[in-house]
Unconditional design. Structure first.
Lengths: 179, 179
DNA sequence: ATTATCTATAGATCTATAGATAATGC
DNA sequence: ATTATCTATAGATCTATAGATAATGC
């Protein structure tokens, strides 16, 4: 059996790189370099690039609501705007790319759907069987991620943070409150 | 000079294939096969794969409003839902993928932004200098495309068409009307 | 002895190009 | 003669594997 620390380092490197660039744009060589091993080591430990990808799937959105009385809709938007302001990678913008680019898109789709939908449902307290409101909220957040980051609309220069949070947050909160 | 019909056939094939699969997943061989020529012919006529891609950029959303008194927001959503119901490709879902996968993402981003933003601005009659409402509308439509098609939420089985148009359409129309 | 890791490379795939051949116009 | 198109292939890149070497534990 291979070293567990090695395995973890490789998966962490994979998660970072895949999460920024998708599947095909990242090579085994890239992951190996970031993890500090040879490409052969990555292959030996993970078996194949596809298995590395599966093991490197992102954990889903962080929805910790520590000490704020802000409505959930605004909180969700605030996180996205904060990442924009700090130039950090935007998971909501990468979801589509990670699914489309995956070695098995059907599997990736199901993984993301389950992860994102269930977490948001729990967060907004959606108890309906069809989770309609949750799905609509996920759509609007995917849209904000794609629009603000992938398309580069609503940059920090053109859309002031608090104003954007207020406006788009109200939209998301409207869905949560049942339109 | 090469035959113009040949060039058109190649670009049409490119537009179809890139529009379904993005840049990297489509090979010159694929485009050549669909257009009915050899790969070498495609290269000779277009120069490079990147130039073919640029020439194959999709035209942007069709926003023809022939004879309906439905609000614009609902119309925009209706088109997306109709494509879902007919199993057609969804341009709004491909935008992110086409940008991310492009040989020059910055150029692709600017192209898409200009095309989509200006058309929607015109359609919804947004005359404000920052086009804030337009950008928010684009976000929500990108989100619906990604959510319904790339993530496979809101399939025809789980979200009835008219109900979805009513609900998400109202959301989009709310932005147009100024929240 | 066994485990961890590396070097070297086979085999597949893809873009791009060189050079040959077929079709067309004068 | 020129234009349109093809065959063949060079060169680059990538995953995956085979086999060698270095480190570790007994």
């Amino acid at each position: 059996m291979t070293d567990n620390a090695t395995r973890t380092a490789i998966i962490d490197a994979g998660r970072e790189l895949f999460g920024e660039r998708g599947y095909n744009a990242v090579t085994i060589k890239d992951v190996a370099a970031r993890a500090g091993f040879s490409p052969a080591m990555v292959m030996k430990v993970m078996g194949s690039k596809a298995e590395l990808y599966t093991a490197s799937a992102p954990p889903g959105p962080n929805l910790d609501d520590s000490g704020t009385d802000e409505p959930v809709g605004h909180q969700l938007v605030r996180r996205i705007v904060a990442r924009r302001d700090h130039g950090e990678a935007e998971p909501w913008a990468m979801v589509s790319i990670l699914i489309h680019d995956a070695p098995d898109p059907d599997v990736a789709r199901a993984t993301f759907r389950d992860r994102y939908v269930s977490r948001i449902a729990e967060r907004i307290g959606d108890g309906t069987p069809d989770l309609r409101r949750t799905k609509l909220v996920v759509c609007t957040l995917l849209g904000l991620g794609a629009g603000a980051r992938t398309l580069g609309m609503l940059g920090p220069d053109e859309a002031e943070s608090e104003e954007l949070i207020r406006q788009y947050g109200a939209l998301v909160q409207g869905i949560i409150d049942g339109v």
